[in-house]
Each structure stands twice: as C-alpha cells, then as structure tokens.
Ligand binder design. Structure first.
Ligand code: GLY
Length: 588
C-alpha cells in the first residue's frame, strides 16, 4: 500500500476539516490544470530570461540581471527567494543540483549539493524487527532529514561564477522574510492540506499557524523573522556560518533535544561534489547535458529520448494515442532500469554509459510493439494486478528554476526539501525547514517510497550516502549554441515532465509556454499504470486502453520552468508552469 506522509498525530478536530480542505486543494489544482488548455504567449526579452515557480522569485532574478549580474547571480537570488515564498518546496535545509553553462569557457558543469545520510544512519533504520517499514518515519519528523547541501552548493556557485556580492543577492529574500509576503490561494490551500503534518511540531506551528487551528490564509502576510536572521548571518559569513557557525550550533542543539541523528561532524564534513554531466544527442544538432547519479534524472531523460528518437513523433501527432503509447512504453522501460541500477555512484557501480547508449536504446525500442502495450520482462508481476491509486503517487514538491543571460550563460537548478514542507519540522530557532530526503532511499528492498518508486540494493541506506533523486536540471545546445534550460518539480514526474517539454519543442515545434502547459502522461513502471492528464481526449484514452495500457486519468502535477533562445534572432523566450503558479520574465 502507498505510504502517506501525514498519517500520524492527526487530531480529531482537524480531521473534520481535512476533507473539505483536501477537496479545495484538489479543486485548485484541477482549476489551474484546466486553465492550461489555452497557453498564454511565452515571456520574451533580449537581455536575459528567468523562469521560476513564484513571481517574486522570478522578479528578484530579473532585477539581478538588470543590475549587471549574470545567470548564476540571478539563480542565487531566485533560489534564496524561493526558500522564503515557496518554503514547502526547497530551501537551505535541503539539497540541490546545478547544471551551469559558462559562456567564457564553454564548460558545462554539474554541482551536486544533494543531502547525505548522517554518519549514524543505517540500512534498517526505518524498518521494525519483522522487516516492515515503519509508517511515516522516513517522511515526517526529525529522523527523516539528511545533511543539507544547498548552502554549500550555492557557495561554490558564487565563488566560481558569481559577480555580485552575497549580500546583494540575498537582500530581496531577507527583506521578504522580514516584512512578509502575501499568501496566494494555492499556497493557502497547500498549507491547510499539510496542516496536520506541520502542526505536530511546535517550531513549525509558531511560523505557519495564525491561531491554534488555522494556517495562514489567502491575503495574509507570512513573516519569517528567524529565517531572516539566519539569512543575514549567511549573507555575512557564507557556508562557514551554516556548517560551522551559530546556525550549525542551533541545528545540532535541536537535533540533540529531539533525538535526531545529524551531528556537528556531519555538518562540518559536508562537501559538494562536481560531476561529469550525462551527455546525449537528440535529432538534428541537439546536445543534452543533464544531472548524473546520484540523480536518476539526466540518465533517464537521455535514455527515454534515445528510445523516442527512433520514431517519427511529429508524424505520429502531438496529441495522438500513437505518440502517448510509445512515450509510455519508453518511460516504463527506463523506470524499470531506475529501480535496478541507480544509486549513489560512490557506493554502487551504475552502468551509466550503457544506459544512455544509442545501442541500448535501440535494443529497448525493438521490444516495444507498435500497436499494443507490452510490459518489460522481469519477475512475476503482482503489481500489475494492484488497484490503480486514486492519485499519481505523491503530490510532489521540489522546485526548478531556469535562467539565461545576455552572455549566453545558462543555469538549470533544481532544489528540494523533498515532499511538501520536507520533514514538517522547522529546525529550532533557525526558521529552516528540515528536508525528508531520507525517504528517497529505498527503506526496504521492493517497498515503494512516498512517490511509489521501488528501489533495490543500489539505493539502500548507508552512512554518508546520497539518496537517489529524479531531479533533472537540463541544458540543451543546438548546433553548438545555447538553446534551452529546463527542469521540473514533482518527484519521478520530474523526469517525464522535463522530457515531454523538450519533445514538444523539438519534435512538435511548440513554443516554450505551450510546451510546458500541454497535457502530459507519466509512467514509472510501478505502479503499473499509464497516468494521463484528464484533458487528453477521451478518444485517445480509449485507443490507449485498446492497445493494452492500464490508462489512469489523473492530473500529472509537476512544475516545469524553461527558458530558450532563438540564436538566429537572439530573442529569448520563457515559460512557467501554470500548475505550480510559476512565472517567467525577460529583460527587454
Ligand atoms: N526529492 C525528489 C527527488 O530528488 O527526486
């Protein structure tokens, strides 16, 4: 059965309000989803483009570009602002992956700031004596968190590529945390939806509840004084403050008080890793650079594109059952490999060259019938007989931002504290949400995590190991020139949403906003279902069903943010996902 992340500590008085709140949340998601049927025009500009999941964050990034900052500077301002206005998705209590193109040298660099298991973590820490996973332990509360990596990654990016001061870049976030920002309807519904989870922790209640029972509502101002103070110290002293200073001491004090595992040594020992990008080619002249393990994202984006490349998708048709059939089959094959082979490359040997090779893609493609759904071979398959879940497993979160500047520098940055509000706990007096990234490990072989993903030995928990991710920050070059920066939020849907956006642009000629707004499908092998956005045509669904797909009409919610440049005209375009209230803005 799918584990949920807020199944403990529910109070009766709140339970009565939960169902209407949940329905309101679903309604809001549905309304935003319905509204993407007709996509607005993309944002445009000639001197830079920023796309993020919140208008205030996008604005902070564009102002940095206007002040002469580059794409990395802008990405830093956006990332810190997102911590304030979208704290349920990502922040300095979590981790992130950067893919950066530096125009001066032409290099493309991957910075791995993924969380790490604390040194005291061990393989069976979330299972009971009979080997059963203990409900909620890896998703909610102090034991769910890995050692955060975001501040270290940001410090690296600033040192290597930044041109403005840390104080300047963090200023908008500090001011907004101090003065507050207006809660929008989507956020108010999401806070209420997760009230039971965050309401269990005194430190979280103090920030997120306006009174004993109610979280902040639409039109309220959410003020985060503790976070502002923490940001001020980081603006002054950088990563030193987070990993060794007052912030580190407060995190460790709170961990000790609450029985957590993260120690002063864990924080002091944390280091980012530089990784070789996953590289692939697609169609005529497109080159793809994306995040390698410990993310599965880049590997499977490229693997699926390699499989798709053997078919003429444009001839199949953009909204055709033939296209979705082939797409779903390619996704299923990739996610079956994800479960078997992917993990932290420092702990397991990942066959990364094989996975992204054209010859392996051809082998997989040859096994996909043109007219009927075929399950990938493997062990006997009771999963195929499970009921299809009510929703695509796991609501999400995580956040993605994309930036391009007038010099041709590009940043694709995906940051996360994992599911909404991470572990649900604010770390003492720091204002920082602790991640629940430990749930991205496989708590027990074959047992689905929050996102319904199956993992095996390769992704088992070990001290200091990094949990497998799906984050797919991706850069695309065209004929050797910058073309696109793209990525998504939404757990495993990150991979499938990112690549569908790319296919919509490259194969179907969509503009970046249409490409993002289009309906999507998602297959992750387990559960055994092809999830399709309900606004895909009923005829198409019937055809997919008759091809043998277990078609599940469910909103495939994930938030894509993308920017592009037409290098013939020099015009830049941006698109942001209406599903997550995103916004793109260009510098004219
Ligand atoms: N926490 C979501 C991911 O890394 O895939």
């Amino acid at each position: 059965m799918q584990r949920t992340e807020h199944s403990t500590g529910r109070r009766n008085d709140r339970f009565t309000t939960f169902i209407p709140i949940f329905l309101t949340f679903l309604l809001l998601v549905a309304l935003t989803a319905v509204s993407f049927a007709k996509a607005p025009d993309p944002a445009w500009g000639r001197n830079g483009m920023v796309s993020s999941a919140h208008p205030l964050a996008t604005q902070a990034g564009v102002e940095v570009l206007r002040d002469g900052g580059n794409a990395v500077d802008a990405a830093l301002a956006v990332a810190y602002m997102l911590n304030v206005v979208e704290g349920y998705s990502a922040g300095i209590g979590g981790g992130e992956f950067w893919v950066v193109r530096w125009a001066k040298t032409g290099e493309i660099v991957c910075v791995d700031g993924r969380e790490e298991a604390p040194a005291a973590a061990h393989r069976d820490m979330y299972v009971d004596s009979t080997g059963n996973v203990i409900e909620g332990l890896s998703t909610t509360g102090i034991l769910a968190g890995g050692v955060p990596g975001s501040v270290a990654a940001r410090e690296y990016a600033l040192d290597r590529w930044g041109s403005l001061s840390r104080k300047r870049l963090m200023r908008p976030a500090i001011e907004t945390a101090e003065e507050g920002f207006m809660v929008n309807p989507y956020q108010a519904a999401y806070y209420a939806y997760l009230a039971d989870k965050i309401g269990q922790f005194e430190t979280s209640r103090a920030v997120m509840f306006k009174n004993d029972t109610t979280t902040w509502e639409t039109g309220d101002y959410l003020v985060q004084k503790d976070l502002a103070e923490t940001f001020k110290r980081i603006a002054r002293d950088g990563a030193e403050e987070f990993y060794h200073g007052q912030t580190a001491r407060e995190i460790v004090r709170y961990m000790e008080e609450q029985g957590g595992l993260i120690t002063a040594e864990d924080l002091a020992n944390y280091e980012i890793k530089l990784r070789e990008p996953i590289y692939g080619t697609y169609r005529d002249g497109y080159e793809i650079y994306s995040m390698p393990p410990p993310s599965s994202g880049g590997t499977h984006v490229v693997q699926i594109l390699n499989i798709l490349e053997g078919w003429d998708l444009a001839q199949f048709g953009r909204y055709s059952s033939r296209y979705y059939h082939h797409l779903g089959q390619a996704m299923m094959a990739a996610f079956a490999d994800r479960a078997e082979y992917l993990g932290d490359p420092e702990y397991v040997e990942v066959p990364r060259e094989g996975l992204v090779s054209k010859s392996y893609a051809e082998e997989l493609r040859m096994q996909i019938p043109a007219l009927w759904s075929r399950e990938v071979p493997g062990p006997g398959d009771p999963w195929a007989h499970q009921d299809i879940p009510e929703n695509v497993p796991g609501e999400g979160h995580t956040t993605h931002l994309s930036v391009i500047d007038k010099w041709g520098n590009m940043v694709a940055l995906t940051a996360t504290i994992n599911t909404g509000f991470g572990a649900g706990v604010i770390l003492g007096g720091t204002g920082i949400w602790l991640n629940n990234e430990m749930d991205d490990f496989s708590a027990a072989p074959g047992k689905p995590n929050y996102f319904g993903l199956i993992g095996k030995e390769a992704n088992a928990i070990a001290p200091d190991k990094r949990p497998l991710s799906s984050m797919s920050p991706t850069l695309v070059m065209k004929d050797g020139e910058p073309f696109m920066a793209v990525g998504a939020s939404g757990g495993p849907k990150i991979i499938t949403a990112t690549l569908q956006t790319m296919v919509n642009v490259i194969d179907f000629g969509a503009d970046i906003q249409e490409a993002i707004s289009d309906p999507r499908v998602h297959h992750q092998w387990r559960p055994m279902a092809l999830f399709v956005d309900p606004d895909i045509s009923p005829d198409c669904m019937v055809e997919l069903h008759s091809m043998g797909h277990r078609v599940a009409p469910r909103w495939v919610s994930s938030g894509v943010q993308g920017v592009m440049i037409d290098h013939e005209t020099g015009m830049m375009y941006g698109g942001a996902d209406p599903r997550s209230g995103g916004s793109a803005l260009g510098l004219p």
